[in-house]
Design a protein around this ligand. Sequence first.
Ligand code: PLP
Length: 347
Amino acid sequence: MNIQNLIRPTIKALKPYSSARDEFQGVTDNMVFLDANENPFENGVNRYPDPQQGKLKAMLSEIKGISAKNILLGNGSDEVLDLIFRAFCEPNQDNIVILPPTYGMYEVLANLNAIGIKKVNLDADFQPKVEEILNTADANSKVLFICSPNNPSGNSFTTEAIKTLVSNFKGIVVIDEAYIDFSNAESWVSKLDQYPNLIVSQTLSKAYAMAGIRLGICYASTEIITVLNTIKPPYNINELTQNKAIELLNIKDLATNQIADILKERSALISELKSISYISKIYPTDANFVLVKVDDANKRYNQLIEKGIVIRNRTTQPGCENTLRLTVGTPKENKILINILQGLKTL
Ligand SMILES: *Cc1c(COP(=O)(O)O)cnc(C)c1O
């Protein structure tokens, strides 16, 4: 597959903005920096941040076992996804393929960028209908979004299904692994070498407990990373974000231990949910949330709000009638949730 043929002509011709920090990257100790019109008085944030986030990428490279050259960072994965649209999808001409019920941002970003949307709903087990997806795609289908583990259903797609899609889809395939750290499934990051059209996106927002700093991670071939780098805003990851990510990633086993705790809590929560009479189904989950089917999602949602508990009502999503999505909280929060669920009046 020739990736160059997938890149929008406008983007191919683009000469990127060259920042002061792009033009000079040399020795930094004892140099006098008078090139970026910064205020010279030190306060920790008076200088522009590293536009290539060298230190942070080096850490992520080590944690994830992949070269820093295959990493691009975004202001949340939402920025990463937006860059992918801008690189590969021609407005008012191209389309993307999504697999509902799925993460809402793919559709929002498509609309924002004037890109068409082809939807192929997941099957009754929330698995992709591989053949139908490949048949639905046309010559203008530039990107296929696969969310695994999937939000809001929580399950991972089978390796076989993903493999067939990545191998046969004639455009870019994005695997959104926002929840991969909660799953036993292997990340597709390790298979980037085999699939030149593959982009994997992850985030520090969920398992790594850093939703507030906005840091999304994109892994792809150096060819794709180069394109995305050309179009990203020069200083898209601010100094505070870079420093906080480095600080927290440096705390040994922090994320690993918290993930283990959350998974333990998830099991406990699921066994308690089984005792709630009006929950008729608890869907298998590979993420830090559980989708459940209830008798009347709108009514149960409102009852919970009245009791001060906010969850997500997914009832309008395809295949999700009368479902609610519950995030796994602290042991105390989960206990409150269960107590209140047990006390809700019958409808
Ligand atoms: C939460 C979530 C994200 C995270 O987005 P950020 O912008 O990195 O916070 C991405 N994809 C999916 C499917 C999610 O559920």
